[in-house]
Every structure is written in C-alpha cells, then in structure tokens.
Design a protein around this ligand. Sequence first.
Ligand SMILES: Nc1ncnc2c1ncn2[C@@H]1O[C@H](COP(=O)(O)OP(=O)(O)OP(=O)(O)O)[C@@H](O)[C@H]1O
Length: 258
Amino acid sequence: MSEPLLTVRGLKVVFDGFHAIDGLDLTVERNEIRFLIGPNGAGKTTLVDAITGLVKPAAGSIVFEGNELVRRREHQIVRSGVGRTFQTPTVFEQLSVLENVDVAASFRLALPKLLRARRGTTPEVTAALEAVGLDALADAPAGTLSHGQRQWLEVAMVLCQGPRLLLLDEPVAGMTGEERTRTGELVQRIAGEGTTVLVIEHDMDFVRRFATRVTVMHEGRILTEGTVSEVQQDETVREVYLGRPRDARGAGTAEVVS
Ligand SMILES: Nc1ncnc2c1ncn2[C@@H]1O[C@H](COP(=O)(O)OP(=O)(O)OP(=O)(O)O)[C@@H](O)[C@H]1O
C-alpha cells in the first residue's frame, strides 16, 4: 500500500490551558474526499489551523508527503502543497476576479521566479478560473460577486497554487441548493484530478452526497471514522450529538443521526 498523503499523530493544541486538540491521530489517503464533522467546538477548524501552520501545536507530528509540517511557517506549508479556504472568503474586493487569482498564484513563487513571472496570465491561473466556472467573470470586480461565487473564487485562489491537499472550511455555508450541488461537483472534479480534499462541514445532506469517508471529531479527538451510514449508526456518535441536551449544537447536527 502507498504511503498516506497526511499522517497526524499525537497532536495537541492548547489555548491558555484548554486542550482544543487533545492527542489526535488522523490518516488521510490520496484522492479521498474526506469530510470532518463534529459538534461546535470539537476542534475541526483548530485541526486545519494546525495543519496549515496558523496555530502551533504543543505536541505531536503532522507528516505530509513524508515531510514534517510542524514548525514550518504558513507560506512554507502552502509551497509544500497544502492549500485551504476559510469559513468567510477572503478576497480583494477592488481587484478583478482574474487579479485575485493572479495575486494568489504569485504567492507560491519564490522571489526570483516571481520577478520573472509577471508577464501575462499563467496557465495555472486560467485553469483555476475555468475549474471553478468563473472564467466568464474574469474581469468583474470581486466585490460584485455573490457569496457562492466568492467561495469559488477563493477555491480558485488556492487551486492555482497547485495543492495536493485542499482543506475547505464549511464551503457551502450560506449557499443556495444549486450552489451546493455545483460546489460538490467541483470538489469531485478537483479530487478526480489528483488533489485530495478534506472538508469541514455541518450540512449532512452535502456530506451524504459527496463524502467518500467521514471522520467524526469530539472534544479534540477523533471519535470514529467510516462511511456516512457507518458513522450515523455509531452509538458513540449518537451520544455526542443527541445525548447531551444542554450542549450547544451546530446547525444541522441533529441531522447526523436522523
Ligand atoms: N484562538 C483561540 N483561543 C482560545 N480558544 C480557542 C481558540 N480557537 C479555538 N478555541 C477553542 O477551541 C475549541 C475548538 O474550536 P474550533 O473552532 O476548532 O471548533 P470547531 O469544531 O471548528 O467548531 P465549529 O463547528 O463551531 O466551527 C473551542 O472550544 C474554541 O472556543
């Protein structure tokens, strides 16, 4: 069997004595569309923050394609092939759609290459815009895009950097049904072209339709993993979502066990 794309072992992230990630182990194989679910505060975003260098783990290792990511800086992690989007898209509103992707593409280049590269649009930029279906809007200011289109623009901004692992944080939040379907199909195309995708999501309908495998997080650890139906039937998952009536629950979490 080939080496996993991502191997997380014994990961701990501590905020002022609070263990947001508490000895977490996770393995992601190549070409998966892995969904990460779990109640509010389970540690999903913190895990992605640790993988991408935004927060520094107190312990543990994160090995991507055989290389340790812990202690690398954010831009080094991007250059090593890990890209992410955020819950709220971060685009430059005054720049055009094309310029946004162009700026993001430059970020991946080392300075000498960057100085040579600024002569017209690169094939990666064009391909990323086509992949997310925004090529017809290339010259539109990003500030005029709908919420769904902004999310796709942010995906294009990551795709143009050529990631082998793409981490999406609640990509369909606030989207219409049609936009959700388009986003799911986009994720499938991205995975089909060789980029492994890890998606944090609360929308169980979306998870059911597009996940190849689901990991459930709870209190900073992995509770269980499996297919959607396997995790829905898991007793511990049912307890986490339904067994504590006074817990604050995330949107759609009750759906997990329905
Ligand atoms: N910078 C921080 N400082 C202190 N505590 C934090 C920080 N970031 C996250 N936490 C805490 O860590 C825990 C995990 O948060 P995290 O955002 O990773 O959960 P989540 O599973 O992504 O939740 P949600 O589904 O609501 O987005 C929460 O209790 C949160 O309050």
